[in-house]
Design a protein around this ligand. Structure first.
Ligand code: ADP
Ligand code: ADP
Length: 220
């Protein structure tokens, strides 16, 4: 089971309440949009799900267990957070080979994910020349290496060109169609419209609405 569940998450940074009772579920076979203005608590929530930050209270589970307690967490949940530092002189493929080796995966899997994200030829060029969109594709390839049943992406459309956006929207639908749980954040509802099965709208660290985009528009 690949359900991502957060319930009653609270997190303070000094006097700022970053999360104030954040609760929602991202289920297998669905694209769950996670939308809200900058500072609403989306990244903090995702980092807590991954065990990179600790919540003051509440719980965050992947397949019913805290991410950090999973034996091979990368086999449960792949994540694309803000573009991680790439060694500029190494090729995209080299980065993936290194990650694959550390996970006990072979080169064959690297070739597969490179193909999946549309980086086939670019993957043999130095990452220093990658556009932001290509960096996002590489990050997505890395998240998919272990073929996890759940995928989480923080603002993946940022810096993508129109063609990349169209591609990514289709790609996320495909991942959900394969039965994966897909959680994708954005500060723009339009990026999720027509793609997400439902959207969790957040503001000031809590959920304001949780429904289909169509219902949200109808209610407005
Ligand atoms: P979003 O991803 O929706 O833009 P964030 O989760 O990044 O929102 O931030 C939520 C709130 O918590 C913001 O007010 C932000 O400034 C604050 N915040 C996030 N991380 C930290 C941190 N490490 N230290 C202090 N404040 C933080
Ligand atoms: P935690 O206590 O949850 O592990 P940290 O306090 O270690 O989180 O903060 C993580 C990083 O976020 C730090 O490097 C910090 O400098 C940075 N940060 C500080 N203020 C903010 C902010 N307002 N928004 C986002 N990130 C911030």
């Amino acid at each position: 089971d690949a359900t991502i569940e957060v319930a009653g998450l609270r997190k303070r940074y000094g006097s700022t309440a970053a999360l104030d009772g954040m609760s929602f579920t991202a289920e297998p076979g669905r694209v769950t949009g996670f939308v809200g203005p900058n500072g609403a608590g989306k990244s903090t929530t995702m980092r807590i799900i991954l065990g990179l930050h600790t919540a003051d209270s509440g719980r965050a589970l992947v397949g019913g267990r805290p991410y950090r307690s999973l034996r091979s967490p990368l086999r449960y949940l792949g994540a694309l957070l803000d573009a991680s530092a790439l060694h500029p002189a190494r090729t995209g493929r080299n980065h993936l080979l290194w990650l694959a080796r550390s996970q006990g995966l072979g080169r064959g899997r690297v070739d597969e994910v490179v193909e999946l994200v549309g980086l086939a030829s670019a993957s043999r060029r130095p990452a220093g020349g990658y556009s932001l969109g290509m960096q996002q594709r590489l990050g997505l390839a890395a998240a998919l290496l272990a073929d996890p049943p759940a995928i989480m992406l923080d603002e993946p459309f940022n810096g993508m060109d129109p063609e990349g956006i169209v591609w990514l929207r289709r790609f996320l639908r495909t991942l959900a169609g394969q039965g994966r749980a897909v959680l994708v954040s954005s500060h723009l509802m339009g990026e999720l419209q027509g793609m997400a099965d439902h959207v969790v709208v957040v503001g000031r660290g809590r959920v304001i609405a949780d429904s289909s985009v169509a219902d949200l528009i109808a209610a407005a």
